[in-house]
Design a protein around this ligand. Sequence first.
Ligand code: FES
Ligand SMILES: [Fe+2]
Length: 334
Amino acid sequence: MAMLQRFPMDIPFGWFFVSYSDELAIGNVKPVHYFGRDQVLFRTEEGEAGMLDAYCPHLGAHMGHGGKVEGNKLRCPFHSWAFRPDGFCVDIPYAKAIPPITKREPIARPYPVVEKNGVVWAWYHPERVEPLFDVIEHAPFSEAGWAQPIRRFWSFASNPQEIAENGVDFAHFQYVHMMEAVPEGNTVYDGHVRRSEAHGQRTVKLPDGVEKVIPSSVQTIQNGAGQKFTQLRGVVTLSLMVLATPVEADQVELRFCFTYPEMEEGSPEHQAVMMAIANTCGQSGVEGDIPIWNHKIHRVRPLLCDGDGPILRFRRYFEQFYVEGDTPRQIAAV
Ligand code: FES
Ligand SMILES: [Fe+2]
């Protein structure tokens, strides 16, 4: 039976969240499933995080189920072959001569991994091209003076492009989120990075009844298909990492990771921050979008009108994260 393909694009390449750093302790070995494949995620005794395709190149055991870390290697639970995070097999305990290929190349497929901003990022590319750019470090998630991050998680049937496009879909803010569009402000497209910065003012009523005009700003940085950072300044300062990881071409895990300047818990300022986080997650935020994303299709040639945001410009930017032949435009032309 033919399935309706809701999204004409494949999984984009980029750096994607695969774990929080503090959820992968030394010696941990975990089965994960991202990018349409099964993997094993682990942390060596030297502290290095590694991610390999799950199935052992020997006789196919899933190394995420029973594999063990030993020194800087992961040992398969079946016949104890040992693999480094770079995918090289470095020990076969019962063999007198280990196959020469193990000296020449990684026999387990490795994923390049980096840790920044408290996140373990894996590089995915459908043709196994090495990383084409770096993960960007964000001071609020890597420096002192910021609160312990607050994390949220959702899983649904969509993909990173649909989620990213939402930010430039101005018309939906009024109807999904019951709020005025967030103006795009100044946007700069610079290769794989898109930056935007919008400035405005908010009038707030202080507890003593006095109204005060407070300058506000929203700054966003999109770095490839899997890394987005937003910083709000105004009544509160709030930093957010939007972490979208493809599970399959049409299934995604979405994480929000928030932090804010350290402050006294329960203070009025802290309550305002908690309110801003609730709004970013609730109907006025991502939970307003999820029911739409979960069921919509991707229209390659949408009928747009004035009042719609710069959606096609954003798509031209995002297209660079697909290998040739996988872009929505080309597939739709078939
Ligand atoms: S299947 Fe992994 S060592 Fe044999
Ligand atoms: Fe939205």
